[in-house]
Design a protein around this ligand. Sequence first.
Ligand code: SF4
Length: 238
Amino acid sequence: MEKGCDDVTIIHMGKNQVMGIYMYDPDDLIALSALQHIVFCERQCALIHIEQVWSENLQTAEGRILHEKAHSDDEDARGGVRIKYGMPLRSLRLGLVGVADVVEFHRDKTCPGGWRPFPVEYKRGRSKKLDCDRVQLCAQAMCLEEMMGLDVPCGALFYGKTRRREDVILDDTLREETRNAALKVHELILSGKTPGPVYKKRCESCSLIDTCMPKTMGKRRSVKSFMKRMVDDNEETS
Ligand code: SF4
């Protein structure tokens, strides 16, 4: 997989061995939101970003309205904080493109220009154990860092159900998880293969459960693979 960018030197040593700065071609960027999908479920990510399946349910409709509200004005200023809505984002390092719901700019004398960006992502529902929302927020911060040449050490998630704002420290562990998620999405999309369904508790909150049918299809797949294993075993012993 050869990637390129005009303003950097890229040295490849094979598909997964890369030295120097690795940049994606602007034509190969993928939606930043795909990171949230892949951390939640690889199959969901493939259904949305490879098969272009999307199903709106009450939860996604509520989430969409929350996002539309967040994007409704361009700019605002409150109590010494400048607020930018619907800010376009891009990272050639991660190969991502998207839009930030809200980016606050906080006064910070240590920051060139005197304002430090602080992304805020709006979500319906409540805070999750899974890092899917935190990874998406971290990717937004990493885009801002690349675009503006500044450090973005923190951001926040705002949850519509609980009306609570959760500050997130964007530490090295979360950044590594974010880089891995971006790489995984690129590999998944490049493969063009949708993984099979495996039913888990989180399926109950998945907007694609009716399309995916993890209980039925997962069982069918198991039976199919069991039959295939039986045939393979028979062929080997006959
Ligand atoms: S229903 Fe479950 S297995 Fe299917 S896409 Fe959603 S989370 Fe993934």
